[in-house]
Design a protein around this ligand. Structure first.
Ligand SMILES: [Zn+2]
Length: 130
């Protein structure tokens, strides 16, 4: 994966305030508020920060959790996962492997066959409809 390294100032200029808050400051958008929570158009979800392909609409499902949910990323190397022990919980954080942007978290309560729920902020994504 090509690594993208930009200054915080550059990110601030390129991203909307909400995208910056989520991607660069590990924020979380309010549940049921995001642009893609209830979007099921076919397409590719790209990183809102760098354009990397992160998820395919084929893996998107309605989890009812209030954020876009995917059962798997678009490839093994497109996202990175890290342990996040903030807010008194141990969760697995999901980051864009290309730009390091915060995407959301992954939980072990997803559908078959992966059993995973990638719970991703709409603000971190940009849908390329096909
Ligand atoms: Zn990215």
């Amino acid at each position: 994966m090509p690594k993208i390294d930009k200054s915080e100032q550059e990110w601030r200029q390129e991203l909307t305030p909400e995208q910056y808050r989520v991607l660069r400051e590990k924020g979380t958008e309010a549940p049921f508020s995001g642009e893609y929570d209830h979007v099921f158009e076919p397409g590719t979800y790209r990183c809102a920060g760098c354009g990397a392909e992160l998820f395919d609409s084929d893996a998107k499902y309605d989890s009812g959790c209030g954020w876009p949910a995917f059962s798997a990323p678009a490839g093994d190397e497109v996202v990175e996962e890290e342990t996040d022990a903030s807010y008194g919980m141990v969760r697995t954080e999901v980051l864009c492997a290309s730009c390091g942007g915060h995407l959301g978290h992954v939980f072990p309560d997803g559908p078959h066959p992966t059993g995973l729920r990638y719970c991703i902020n709409s603000a971190s994504l940009k849908l390329d409809e096909r």
